[in-house]
Structures are given as structure tokens and as C-alpha cells.
Design a protein around this ligand. Structure first.
Ligand SMILES: O=C(O)C(=O)CO
Length: 266
């Protein structure tokens, strides 16, 4: 059977059989309650759900799941622009506290949009903000993760839109508690060369997101990324963080999720 072909609904899929700790983003399943998503994630052997906040934590815990990436500040109003520093840092602080209280690991952050700020100045602004908050994250045992997003299709003007800029930022911040969220869909759009890039930069990547490209839908054979070897390459780096699916289902949502999980059991 082809690796991307649909797994028969009768066949059970258990992510725990593979090396990657799989997770899923709730925002892609707007018609499902969090309770229903937790049931589905547990059934597929996933360890948790991405991009939620403290109000959602009791539901996750009821199902024995973790929040694999906790939300914080706005994506467009981020750390490259000093006018958003106070608001972003306040939200990151609160997210770090809530995450650490559960013994969980990750809080997301964003460069935000450039709004005319050049990349060198934007990096300095990000470093200034991160140097203030990274000690808080270190003390809490939490990793802040800046997401790499495409600025071509979905997030025009977003500054942290390529690995080279992101990796340089991680080097300048210089803490194990600040890494990049490497979104495979977004980076396929911006730079491609996915497996080689992961092999080269994996120490700087602390979290992964998936989706098919083009379209940001299922990891099926209508799109160009072949996920089994990508997942294998990530596992082969010795990665022990989380690997979260973040595609918007075009077909039956739970069939698509089951197929995605099955392909990434490596
Ligand atoms: O909003 C997006 O495009 C994201 O990938 C957030 O994780």
C-alpha cells in the first residue's frame, strides 16, 4: 500500500508506535469541541494538542494530554517592533507561568510584521526583548519558540520568514530556552530543501508543524511534500520534542488526521 494512501478506518493507528511525539493544532478543527479533539488525539496515540491557553488546560488534563505549545501574543504584533514589546512580554510572561505550573514545556512567540523596520534592526529588537524574558523561561524550565512563517502566501510582511534569519537570532539570544518552531508547510513555501535544512539546523529547531503544500490541507497525494521521509529525518536527529499537525482539512477531518498520524509513525 502506498504510504500516503488512506489507512482503512478499521486499521488502528497508534502514534506511540513511532519515535515522534505527535500532536495536533485545535484551531484547524473549528467544528469539533476540545473534548472531541482530545478523544480523537488520544485514540490516535498523540501526546497532546498545540496552541491552546490556560482555559483549555483542565480539559486536556482530564484526557491525560498536554498542551504541546501554549499560545501567547499576537502573530503580527511581535518582537521585531519595540512598540509591541510591553504587550508581548506581558503575555509571554503569563504564558510561561501557566505552562510551568503544569510542568509543560513550550510557549510560542512571533517576530511580528516588519512595518518598514529592516531585518537587521528587527533582529536587534527581537534580541532586546528576548534577553529580558529568556531568564524567566530558563527559571521556569520553559522554551520560548519563535515560529517561522511564510510571508509569500499567508503572512505578508512577517519578519521571521526564513531559517537563516531565525538561526542567527537563536545564536544571538544564546539560550537553550529560545528556539525556532520550524513549520514544514511555511518553510516549503519560502525555502524548500526541507530534509537537508532540518539535518543542518535541527539544534535550533525546538518544535515542528506539518501541512500539505500548496493548499495547507491533508498530507495526501494532491500535494508536493512526502512526509514519511521528512518525519524519519526529524526522528533521526534524535529529536524528542513535539511534532504537531497543522493542516486545514479539506475532506473528512478525522480520516485526514488519522492518515497524517499514520504517515509520521517512523
Ligand atoms: O497561523 C499560522 O499560519 C500558523 O502557522 C500558526 O501556527
Amino acid at each position: 500500500q502506498d504510504a500516503v494512501a488512506a489507512t482503512p478506518a478499521t486499521e488502528s493507528v497508534d502514534a506511540k508506535q513511532g519515535r515522534l511525539n505527535q500532536s495536533v493544532c485545535k484551531w484547524c478543527y473549528k467544528n469539533f469541541s476540545l473534548d472531541d479533539m482530545c478523544v480523537a488525539a488520544s485514540k490516535l496515540g498523540m501526546v497532546g494538542i498545540d496552541l491552546l491557553g490556560p482555559d483549555d488546560f483542565p480539559t486536556l488534563k482530564k484526557h491525560g494530554l498536554v498542551c504541546t505549545m501554549v499560545g501567547s501574543h499576537s502573530l503580527a504584533n511581535g518582537l521585531c517592533d519595540p512598540k509591541f514589546h510591553d504587550e508581548a512580554l506581558e503575555k509571554m510572561n503569563a504564558a510561561i507561568e501557566a505552562t510551568s505550573a503544569e510542568g509543560w514545556k513550550n510557549v510560542i512567540c512571533f517576530s511580528g510584521n516588519a512595518r518598514g523596520i529592516d531585518r537587521k534592526t528587527g533582529m536587534k529588537n527581537c534580541v532586546d526583548a528576548l534577553k529580558k524574558i529568556v531568564p524567566v523561561a530558563e527559571a521556569a524550565g520553559v522554551t520560548l519558540q519563535m515560529e517561522l512563517l511564510n510571508s509569500k502566501v499567508n503572512h505578508a510582511d512577517y519578519m521571521c520568514d526564513n531559517s537563516e534569519w531565525g538561526v542567527e537570532l537563536v545564536k544571538q539570544v544564546g539560550s537553550d530556552n529560545f528556539k525556532l518552531l520550524y513549520d514544514i508547510y511555511h518553510m516549503q513555501i519560502m525555502e524548500g530543501d526541507i530534509i537537508r535544512t532540518i539535518e543542518k539546523n535541527h539544534p535550533y529547531y525546538g518544535h515542528y508543524h506539518t501541512a500539505g503544500n500548496p493548499g495547507r490541507h491533508e498530507l495526501d497525494d494532491t500535494q508536493e511534500l512526502f512526509y514519511p521521509p521528512i518525519a524519519r529525518a526529524i526522528a533521526d536527529t534524535g529529536y524528542d520534542g513535539y511534532f504537531a499537525h497543522e493542516f486545514i482539512p479539506a475532506g473528512d477531518p478525522m480520516t485526514g488526521l488519522q492518515n497524517a498520524v499514520a504517515q509520521c509513525i517512523v
